[in-house]
Design a protein around this ligand. Structure first.
Ligand code: SAH
Length: 382
């Protein structure tokens, strides 16, 4: 008998001091405005009915704070020439299986014109990372031409990697007003597991670049890949807290998808299933919407590589930006950052029609002719 009581006492002691004893029901956590790291981890790990509560709440917050509109950013992947060797990326410098291209000005301006005529209101110019004077000048000229062709009506987001403070300023003055630079992981140890450890891939430099962008006056977006090998739930919770701490205006976060011609492919046996990475990305988006209700969150294209309706599912649970691909078709197969990249052969017109239908199905409305800038950007300026 005595032994039994001792056992019960021990079990009680262990329970009270274990993580389970400190876990609150999800419903209670969702009533708070601030979350501890442990609570974020619990939200990220939620499944079944608990997860449904999270996703319902984030949908509600999205609709109340940023509304039901989805804004288009026509994506133009204008060059895959890259000086970097990120271990996960299909267009890394050392991948010799890729044909390197540089779309010419007329092709890029045509795509911009399509965006403008189709009332997309904004474009994203994305490329590999090059910082030569010729590249900097070229982007600068393009920005001016895009503004000219659209009577300054097209909003421009850049996603061209780490550059000097001077370059960021020059591009800002020529018309770019948003910039996307994913931190990829806010944990330096994990960062160096997925990037070569050398000067060209410095975590500190990437952090500094985000700071420069903010000081220059851009609406700044960052993000991470979800489901990288070696990534823990705690890393993802820290990523979310990092977004909040550096006070981002926009976020693009998608699942990591392996690519055969990259060094990280070797670790594919460590990965969660694609479906798990997909679900976890939606949870990340949902928690981020709760943590930062007024930012813009993109429904990453990589979601669609796993689930044909992936981007629309992200819109339902918290995202409000979508980036229809306007890259000239011939180049698309050479901009494969990961395997199964969608819409490789769909031209811009088809892509627009297809998206329109899907977005309506997801219960949202397209914000045609509207820049749909980050509300957070203006709120933090107040
Ligand atoms: N050179 C630019 C743009 C890079 S490509 C820059 O450095 O910002 C845009 C994003 O694609 C990257 O930031 C990365 O997060 C994502 N990406 C690259 N390889 C990927 C992969 N294998 N799976 C999922 N996303 C990937």
């Amino acid at each position: 008998m005595l032994l039994n009581i001792n056992c019960i006492l021990i079990v009680d002691f262990v329970f009270e001091h274990s993580i389970f004893a400190r876990m609150k029901p999800i419903k209670e956590i969702l009533e708070q405005n601030l979350f501890t790291k442990e609570e974020i981890i619990q939200l990220l790990q939620s499944k079944g009915e608990q997860r449904t509560l999270l996703l319902k709440k984030s949908q509600q917050v999205k609709n109340n704070v940023v509304g039901n509109k989805v804004y288009f950013r026509g994506l133009i992947e204008f060059s895959n020439i890259c000086s970097k060797d990120c271990l996960y990326c299909g267009i890394r410098k050392s991948n010799t299986n890729v044909f390197r291209y540089n779309a010419n000005d007329a092709e890029i301006l045509d795509a911009c014109n399509f965006a403008w005529k189709n009332r997309f209101a904004s474009v994203v110019l994305q490329s590999g990372e090059i910082s030569s004077p010729a590249f900097v000048k070229r982007v600068d000229n393009l920005l001016k031409k895009i503004k000219q062709l659209s009577n300054s009506e097209l909003g421009i987001t850049l996603s061209c990697g780490e550059q000097t403070r001077e370059t960021y300023r020059r591009w800002f003055e020529s018309g770019a007003h948003r910039f996307l630079l994913r931190i990829e992981s806010s944990n330096p140890d994990l960062y160096y597991k997925v990037h070569p450890k050398n000067k060209k891939h410095s975590f500190e430099k990437r952090m500094e670049a985000l700071q420069f962008l903010k000081e220059t006056g851009y609406q700044v977006g960052t993000g991470v890949m979800v489901g990288l090998p070696f990534q823990e739930f705690e890393d993802l919770a820290n990523d979310l807290l990092f977004f909040k701490e550096i006070d981002i205006d926009m976020c693009g976060t998608g699942p990591y998808i392996e690519h055969e011609d990259t060094p990280l492919y070797e670790y594919r046996n460590l990965l969660k299933t694609k479906q798990e990475r997909f679900d976890l990305t939606l949870n990340m988006i949902a928690v981020l919407r709760l943590l930062m209700p007024d930012i813009n969150i993109a429904a990453a294209t990589a979601l669609q590589a796993i689930d044909p309706a992936g981007r629309e599912k992200a819109l339902v649970v918290g995202a409000n930006i979508i980036m229809p691909n306007l890259t000239p078709c011939d180049y698309r197969k050479e901009y494969q950052l990961y395997e199964d990249k969608p819409c490789l052969d769909e031209d811009a017109e088809l892509c627009r029609n297809c998206l329109e239908a899907r977005i309506e199905l997801a219960g949202s409305e397209i914000g045609y002719d509207l820049w749909g800038d980050s509300k957070h950007f203006f709120n933090r300026k107040k």
